[in-house]
Design a protein around this ligand. Structure first.
Ligand code: SF4
Ligand code: SF4
Length: 62
């Protein structure tokens, strides 16, 4: 199973919580917004989804 992370950049205010909490370093800040740069490493733990104060992150299974 592969997971897909989507960041709604209009909602992201660059708090970096998701970057800090991800155990697999999937997310990085790119041009001031969180971006999944290492999607293959995502284990679907949902920590980023839960920590985002703006509900900017969506996790889907593919
Ligand atoms: S679901 Fe977990 S492993 Fe995947 S990007 Fe979010 S924090 Fe990282
Ligand atoms: S936790 Fe949410 S608001 Fe904060 S950097 Fe990540 S996507 Fe943006």
């Amino acid at each position: 199973m592969a997971y897909k992370i989507t960041v709604d950049k209009d909602k992201c205010d660059a708090c970096e919580s998701c970057v800090d909490i991800c155990p697999a370093e999937v997310l990085e800040m790119v041009d001031g917004k969180a971006e999944p740069v290492n999607m293959d490493e995502c284990m679907g733990c949902e920590s980023c989804v839960e920590t985002c104060p703006n509900e900017a992150i969506t996790l889907t299974d593919e």
